[in-house]
Design a protein around this ligand. Structure first.
Ligand code: NAD
Length: 458
């Protein structure tokens, strides 16, 4: 890269400067897009034999696994989560994602359609072209893989823009791809801020599609950028305010674990976090109490930045002001070395009314709102009374009730007697303002292919 402007990459747990990376400007983004276009036009990637492309994607998965310790350490440093969590929630799923889509390369094809008249009609599935992948900082490698692997499997070329807060794992992924003999130009990484690098990509006339994970505010800008440029297609994975609903007949311990890790895993910086805990009145008090016992003991990582920490603390203040009962946490954790980072104590609010700000807006931190309900229909009403629709959890032993809830919840993923289960083969994405389009599974292939209908007169 030739850009002179740079940005600092900070370890949020220590405040230490890790390194500087380029803040790519319009010209630099233009060069990356040109390289991607050239690769697409010259067919240096999509023109390879499918079996060769399959092997290259498979080699990328192996490269990720080979460098797993280095990657986990890097993600831990740039994001603040523990290396163990980075391994489980970023490195392993990223490798699996490349392996899964390696398996798709030779299975993406059209169909023959029985049309009226003397025609042979068939469809071709063709790559959409140059894909801009814009990803956030919370699962930097996993979410990058969710975009890059299926786009490459479909024969697209990719320009990946990681978050300005976590660019290092994406740069390392580019090295791994080069070592796996992915042709030049098939994957290009541009680092920089959203309003510089990201916007240049979103406005670029030669980008055919943007696949985005991040906030609603940025999604609105991307929709605008598409409308004032080349109407590039978009898929958007946005935030959530997911309800995790516990019925009194549930396996109490399993529900407890699910509720706990559903919000405090990933330091609460999870789009699918179970941030609204809907508890049946019969178990409400006991559940909140036990959850607090665990929350007081757990050690979680640093939030991603001082800005994010302040945002979370601000929400905590609003919860107190609006009359929610603070059960535990509720403040910054400045014990010992933690004072150098941006740690927030796991926080539980009880007696939360659904109309409070903390129950409506995405906090994106280790803060859970416990809400009481009596009837299943009431739980459904509360759960669906949100502009979001990313995920939901249901805990019950009653099979009928479980299916009833799964059908009634307006969310892209519903977990029954588990929470935050993911698989490369299962689609993930939102209803309502949690976005549109799906990552993962066969569904992601829709994002990266055009369907061509061919008519042959017989
Ligand atoms: P963000 O929208 O600020 O940033 C996401 C990415 O967009 C970053 O790479 C950023 O640089 C880029 N960006 C910012 N402004 C831009 C612009 N004007 N033009 C182009 N690109 C721009 O979000 P964030 O703070 O990094 O991530 C947190 C958000 O992401 C939360 O709302 C969370 O719920 C959401 N999220 C959703 C999912 C999901 O799968 N649905 C997963 C993780 C995070």
């Amino acid at each position: 890269m030739t850009t002179e402007r740079t940005l600092d990459v900070i370890n949020p747990a220590t405040g230490e400067l890790l390194t500087c990376v380029p803040d790519a400007d319009e010209a630099e983004v233009g060069r990356a897009v040109a390289a991607a276009r050239d690769c697409f036009q010259q067919k240096t990637w999509r023109g390879l034999d499918p079996s060769r492309r399959e092997r290259i994607l498979w080699s990328i998965a192996e490269g990720i696994e080979q460098d797993r310790d280095e990657l986990a350490a890097l993600i831990s440093e740039e994001n603040g989560k523990s290396p163990r969590e980075a391994m489980a929630a970023d490195v392993k799923p990223a490798a699996d994602c490349f392996r899964y889509y390696a398996g798709w390369v030779r299975k993406i094809y059209g169909e023959t359609i029985p049309v009226d008249g003397p025609y042979l009609n068939y469809t071709l599935r063709e790559p959409v072209g140059v894909v801009g992948a814009i990803v956030p900082w919370n699962f930097p490698l996993q979410i990058a893989a969710w975009k890059v692997a299926p786009a490459l499997a479909c024969g697209c070329s990719v320009v990946l823009k990681p978050s300005e807060l976590t660019p290092l794992s994406a740069l390392k992924l580019a090295d791994i791809c080069a070592e796996a003999e992915l042709p030049d130009g098939a994957l290009n990484v541009v680092t920089g801020y959203g309003e510089t690098t990201g916007e240049a990509l979103a406005l670029h006339e030669d980008v055919d599609k943007i696949s985005f994970t991040g906030s609603i505010a940025t999604a609105r800008k991307l929709l605008h950028a598409s409308s004032v440029s080349n109407l590039k297609r978009l898929s958007l994975e946005l935030g959530g305010k997911s309800a995790n609903i516990v019925f009194p007949d549930a396996d109490f311990d399993a529900a407890m674990k699910g509720a706990f890790w559903g919000i405090f895993g990933g330091k609460g910086e999870m789009c699918s976090g179970g941030s609204r805990l809907l508890l049946h009145e019969e178990i409400y008090d006991r559940f909140v109490e036990e959850l607090a016992v665990r929350a007081r003991k757990v050690q979680i990582g640093s939030q991603i930045s001082g800005r994010q920490m302040d945002r979370i603390l601000d929400y905590i203040e609003s919860g107190k002001e609006e009359g929610a009962r603070l059960v535990c946490g509720g403040e910054r954790d400045k014990e010992g070395e933690k004072a150098k980072g941006f740690f927030v104590k796991p926080t539980i609010f009880a007696d939360v009314a659904p109309e409070m700000r903390i129950a409506r807006e995405e906090i994106f931190g280790p803060v859970v709102c416990a809400i009481k309900f009596k009837e299943a229909e009431e739980a459904l009403r509360i759960a669906n009374n949100t502009t979001y629709g990313l995920a939901a959890g249901v805990w019950t032993r009653d099979l009928r009730l479980a299916h009833h809830m799964a059908a009634g919840l307006e969310a892209g993923s519903v977990w029954v007697n588990t929470y935050n289960a993911f698989d490369s083969g299962s689609p993930f994405g939102g209803y309502k303002q949690s976005g549109f389009g799906r990552d993962l599974g066969s569904y992601a292939l829709e994002q990266y292919t055009n369907v061509k209908s061919v008519w042959i007169s017989l």
